[in-house]
Design a protein around this ligand. Structure first.
Ligand code: ADP
Ligand code: MG
Length: 156
């Protein structure tokens, strides 16, 4: 599934809608180059969960935690050099939430370390400077119809 946005606000609004409707236990893996919009997406997603604190990339601290409708753990693996570092900051403890949500920026760095089921959102630049193509794919037991429904909750 692909969604094209033509401005940062459109990506935010989409992410916000998803944040409003997403159930506990969901993991979202965000991939795409620097400046693609992974953090912007996370910020919108958090807004949908009623979180209004600043959302920035946890590039140095690796994980930020926000509390809204659900607890959100936001990871950024950009600076990580070795997979063994994941264990040091508790990635495996937190990356399969029962009752919270997880977003992982640069999730494709250590594909083997990812939880079993997740939604992957790959963001690429489009033709114009403010255009982005968001591709949604699934891993593990994520139901296709369920994902389609989540993405199609226009305006809710
Ligand atoms: P990343 O976390 O992927 O490195 P950021 O979210 O920090 O990227 O930055 C994305 C940048 O791209 C922001 O400056 C944002 O304003 C800009 N941008 C322009 N158009 C879009 C769009 N359609 N969707 C998302 N971001 C966009
Ligand atoms: Mg980022």
């Amino acid at each position: 599934m692909e969604i094209i946005t033509k401005a940062p606000e459109e990506t935010s609004a989409l992410a916000c809608r998803i944040g409003k409707n997403v159930p506990a236990g969901t993991v979202i893996c965000l991939t795409g180059d620097l400046g693609a919009g992974k953090t912007l997406f996370t910020e919108g997603f958090c807004r949908g969960l009623g979180i209004d604190s600043d959302v920035t990339s946890p590039t140095f601290n690796l994980m930020n935690v926000y509390e809204g409708r659900l607890l959100v753990r936001h990871f950024d693996l950009y600076r990580l050099e070795e997979e063994s570092e994941l264990e040091e900051f508790g990635f495996y403890e937190y990356s399969e939430p029962d009752d919270g949500l997880v977003l992982i920026e640069w999730a494709d760095k250590f594909p083997e370390a990812l939880p079993e089921a997740y939604i992957r959102i790959h963001i690429e630049r489009g033709q114009d400077e403010n255009e982005r193509v968001l591709s949604f794919t699934r891993a593990g037991e994520i139901d296709a119809a369920w994902l389609r429904e989540l993405l199609s909750q226009e305006g809710k």
